[in-house]
Write a protein that binds this ligand. Structure first.
Ligand code: HEC
Length: 148
């Protein structure tokens, strides 16, 4: 009888713990994929700025903007365990983190607008601004090394 209860308890415990762990790993993978997408977009924009392919600049800038709007939700509370560079500050200073995400949304939106109006100087300035937001957020909220 006792054995059955213990076994039952064990099943209940493992069943309630492991989905949480999987959910965390999913969240980490999902946001790292989104961030890699940001990087790919920045690279594509760099080439497109050089060749003055402003249609591509606009599309990729809008793509970054879409990702930026999702950043806060890509970092759910508790998703700090696993192969991640996310630091505790993300959840301790969540307002500041959300502000950085907003800054990226704003900067990439302005880059898209500059590309649409084919304004060389504005495109260069706004592209620089986008890169600065990436670095600024990473400096404040991203660790140099993965946690494991
Ligand atoms: C609001 C903050 C914030 C902004 C803005 C931001 N990042 Fe990140 N980025 C992070 C954090 C935090 C991580 C660590 C995520 C993790 O390891 O779980 C990260 C990780 C990354 C990674 C590594 C992904 C991996 O597989 O480990 C790349 C590449 C990256 N960011 C590129 C960019 C680029 C390019 C931009 C700008 C267009 C950008 N990020 C904007 C916070 C931000």
């Amino acid at each position: 009888m006792e054995r059955t209860i213990i076994a039952g308890l064990f099943i209940v415990l493992t069943a309630s713990v492991s989905p949480q762990v999987f959910a965390q790993e999913d969240a980490i993978e999902k946001r790292q994929k989104a961030m890699k997408g940001n990087s790919a977009d920045v690279k594509a924009i760099k080439g497109a700025v050089e060749s003055k392919d402003y249609a591509t600049v606009e599309t990729k800038a809008k793509d970054i903007m879409g990702t930026a709007d999702k950043i806060p939700s890509l970092f759910p509370k508790g998703s700090d365990k696993g192969k991640t560079k996310a630091t505790a500050a993300i959840w301790e200073k969540s307002d500041e983190f959300a502000k950085q995400a907003k800054n990226l949304s704003k900067a990439s939106g302005e880059l898209a607008a500059a590309a649409k109006s084919k304004d060389d100087a504005a495109v260069a300035a706004k592209f620089k601004a986008v890169g600065e937001v990436c670095s600024s957020c990473h400096k404040e909220f991203r660790a140099d090394k993965y946690s494991e």
